[in-house]
Design a protein. Sequence first.
Length: 650
Amino acid sequence: MKHLLLFFLFSNAVLGQTPSPRNANYEIDVTLEPTTKRLSGRQTLHWRNTSNDLITELQFHLYLNAFRNDKSTFMRESGGQLRGTYIDKNDELAWGSIELLSTRLTHDNGTGAAENLTGKAQFIQPDDSNLDDRTVIRIPLASPVRPGETIAIDMAFRAKLPKIFARTGFSRDYFLVGQWFPKIGVYESPGTRYQTGPRGRWNCHQFHAHSEFYADYGVYDVRITAPNEYVIGATGQLQTETKAKTGSGAKTLRYHAEDVVDFAWTASPLFEVVDDVWKRPFGGNVNIRLLMQPEHRSQADRHLYAAKAALAYFDRVLGRYPFSTLTIVDPPLHGSGSAGMEYPTFITAGTSWGVPEGLRAPEVVTVHEFGHQYFMQQLASNEFEEAWLDEGFNQYFEGRIMDETYGLRSSQVDWFGYRMGDLESSRDGYVRLDNPAIGPSFGNTWQLPDGYYGELTYSKTATWLRTLEGLVGRKTMDEIMRTYFQRWQFRHPNAESFIAIVNEIAPARTSFRYGQDMNWFFDQVLYGDKVCDYELFKIRNNKRGGSTRSTVQVMRRGDAQMPVDVLVHFDDGKEVMLFWDGKARTNTFTLNQKAEVVWATVDPKQKLYIDTNFNNNSLTLQPSSAPAAKYATKMLFWVQNWMQWLSWLF
């Protein structure tokens, strides 16, 4: 571990990255009881007050209480389902919960008396008035935690895992154990994200149906005890594995992880283990462990190839993957509610038997979930309040990686002549909304318009990021994203963090073509609900002697105002590119040439990827091939509908 730490410090120094501000170090012992689906655990949390405030209370997440009954906020918001999988409310074994048995606090520096906090925890509901929700607790302290002081909180807990329908739990003898221990909230001191007051505050939201998680960085030492026949996979590196000497048929595995925001693990007697290595070009290999269902073993290479493609792409474009391990879990079909989920160095994929290579569901999920190692893990965005900073950014990079690796127009589907690219699939998810103006991407995730979480958080964000790329160029976009990642790594960025970097880089690189800043762009696509739609409306040619006076009229159908190019093609083969600021409702270009205009296209390079209707972008005076195009569109629509089953994976 000493050599690994030195390597991390060296690589961070070279790349301009700094080690994370660890303030939550967990030592956890947990025992899995497969028959009863229960966990018995003890943990010691060493927590450091990195603020200048006196901390008079602690707040913890007890996520498993979201599955305690149908009165929790999660169950009320979700109706007992997630991504099409439902809980069986009549099955007593299907419910889950977590209970604190004892809590004791000591001050590591000896300045305060030890406190027995057992029974002092109070359930709070910081987001709503649902007194039945028990996913957050506060623990008042008799002796405050001083600035810079570290405390140790010893906790004993007991948990009942739910039957898998929403990310975590059990299904038969398969266990995916996520959000399973009492996890301390984030104390945001002034200067962190939007905290501007004289004092900091606890950011510790309830578990919601359409939000995920937010946590600080720490070190995890976790010892997992389970029956000998179970194959275990977990966050971090396996340090030791020992079998009990008492003949109990159990074994204990110790895992260690540093600079991570969470810890998850899995157990099943049926996993087939596939080990591989991604060899980084300049040293520092990543060991990949794939835990496959036996019936999916033939798809192992597909998962591995996708994972290596993602590792190489992110390493090259954003920054180094700083961990030496990656575990990929393939859930069984009956446990598919745990598919498509991300934890530090540990992701779940998702497939089914017989998926042909032209339908790249395993690849899409593997690439997508790995991408969270950057936005969820290394940047630790607040997914409760700004899910788009994680899911949307990740969706954008998923599209880039899939399109580059498997084909621009065929990366998701290339089957029986039907093709669909990944980025165009994201765009399709947004522009096909019954109301693309339903709301902005920005906002508390659980307060987004009902039923539109995925489209606004994933699809719309990926689409406007691709639009930003179109406006500033791929090279400048990469500079923006790389700067954002390296500057905010381990620091909990927010929207303003990203926008400030865009404004720092984009105007100068584009010679201020779009103004002194790009705030006008974000006001529309992030904070606003404006819809972009430009139409090439009319072409006219009027011959006058030996010359032709041509007019090309462009119309702004939507309320979004974007700068746009217009390409005009003449019958002598010449072309001219025109520019319009896109603000007025219409704009007419007048051209005096010897040749006549044959056709014209607004936004010919599709820079404005967020334009909701590409079909009205072109107009030609030549005979139309519309019937063939209409047939192709219908076939593509069939494929898109078929592909909707992929949505449960995200």
